[in-house]
Design a protein around this ligand. Structure first.
Ligand SMILES: NC(=O)c1ccc[n+]([C@@H]2O[C@H](COP(=O)([O-])OP(=O)(O)OC[C@H]3O[C@@H](n4cnc5c(N)ncnc54)[C@H](OP(=O)(O)O)[C@@H]3O)[C@@H](O)[C@H]2O)c1
Length: 359
């Protein structure tokens, strides 16, 4: 059966993440980017408004599109709205679209931690989409808001999922080395970051721990509605900005209730598959977690575009024993604007359509 076409409106189209959507959707089998919206650039042609960041050409069909105002009327006739807005703008704008009947899939942090808002990685917690019925009922919305995680949490939660499921986890200590594109455009001033590492990213460490616990949490019925019971897990997180353009690298030290062989952890990571793989969704990589065995991988330059859908697989390496046989250490890498942003939002929309949440 031919897949129904999904018409899309994009908020924040000119930004670092907005541009990724354009790159990822140009050849999509059934998602069509129909409306581009912006802030200061509204009224201009996209080709003049966007400071294009990629080596691939923007494409004349997008260059000639007018950037529309970020209002619900601009998206008339669209089936779904992707939001790559700054969080403070998303706070007001996204509920207005949901109220007007649009399903919104958002990259912004504004609504991620609200009780009735799913925070979804399609491979990890697709069942959290079941919060949407309660969200619509309690807010009186015809539309809805689904969020995708912070780019640093994305790869981390994916790698934690099979480890938590198979071995349980008592403690996690994470250190990140985050790419410049994670701060949007124009991002961190060059005089601060060239020849340097910045050992602080505002609000990031709290977000990583909070969001990971929610994503790895379980859906529980509470009266007539559903809530997420977050995973109880002590986590320590240190976030650093490094001068890499794309690709967040993270080290994870984790402790378990019983002994875990590094080889068993590698097998669990390599075998991990989610619902998007089962459903063969177009943006689902065939292997969500790729494990490298070389002593010096993963590396951003070599591994950020890994996977059957480039940039959608998380790459893990250096899986080894920690301080004793009940602890493990590893390094992981994920592309922050593909897997960590546009790619996961697109995959979420594909899943929502297949599961009957859209259209
Ligand atoms: N970069 C990443 O790796 C990453 C990963 C995951 C999530 N995120 C999140 O995704 C969102 C976008 O990030 P980004 O890196 O793409 O940011 P960005 O490069 O700063 O782009 C921001 C976009 O929002 C638009 N905008 C700003 N103010 C607006 C307003 N008042 N009304 C309407 N549109 C407005 C801008 O349009 P104009 O140019 O027309 O003003 C631009 O298109 C943020 O919430 C960020 O936290 C980013």
């Amino acid at each position: 059966m031919k897949q129904k076409e999904l018409k899309v409106a994009l908020l924040g189209a000119t930004g670092a993440v907005g541009q990724r959507y354009i790159n990822m959707l140009r050849d999509h089998p059934f998602i069509r980017l129909e409306v581009l919206m912006g802030g200061e650039s509204a009224g201009k042609k996209y080709g003049e408004a966007a400071r294009w960041l990629f080596p691939e050409p923007m494409g004349d069909e997008y260059a000639q599109m007018e950037v529309k105002k970020s209002r619900t009327e601009s998206a008339a006739g669209c089936d779904i709205v992707f939001s790559a807005l700054p969080s403070e703008v998303a706070k007001e704008v996204e509920p207005a679209f949901a109220r007007a009947g649009f399903p919104v899939v958002s990259e912004a942090s504004a609504h991620r931690m609200e009780d009735d808002v799913p925070l979804v990685i399609p491979e990890v917690n697709p069942d959290h989409l079941s919060l949407l019925e309660g969200q619509r009922a309690s807010r009186g919305w015809k539309g809805s808001i689904v969020t995708t995680p912070n780019c640093t949490v994305m790869g981390l939660a994916m790698v934690m999922k099979p480890l938590v499921e198979l071995f349980g986890m008592d403690k996690a200590i994470v250190t990140t080395m985050q790419a410049l594109s994670g701060a949007g455009f124009p991002g961190v001033p060059s005089l601060l970051v060239v020849d340097n590492i910045l050992p602080y990213i505002k609000n990031e460490e709290e977000k990583v721990a909070r969001e990971a616990r929610k994503i790895l949490g379980t859906v529980r019925k509470e009266g007539r509605s559903k809530v997420i019971e977050p995973l109880e897990l002590p986590m320590g997180v240190s976030c650093n900005r490094v001068q890499v353009i794309d690709g967040h690298t993270e080290t994870l030290y984790s402790e378990f209730p019983r002994a875990v062989e590094p080889g068993a952890a590698v097998r669990a990571l390599e075998r991990f598959r989610g619902l998007p793989q089962k459903l063969k969704l177009p943006t689902a990589p065939s292997q969500p977690i790729i494990v490298r065995t070389e002593h010096d991988r993963p590396q951003p330059r070599l591994d950020r575009m890994a996977g059957s859908v480039p940039g959608m697989s998380v790459v893990v390496g250096r899986v080894r024993r920690g301080i004793d046989d009940r602890s493990l250490m590893l390094t992981l890498l994920s592309h922050n604007t593909i897997r960590g942003a546009a790619g996961t939002a697109i995959l979420t929309a594909e899943l929502m359509q297949r599961e009957g949440y859209i259209g």
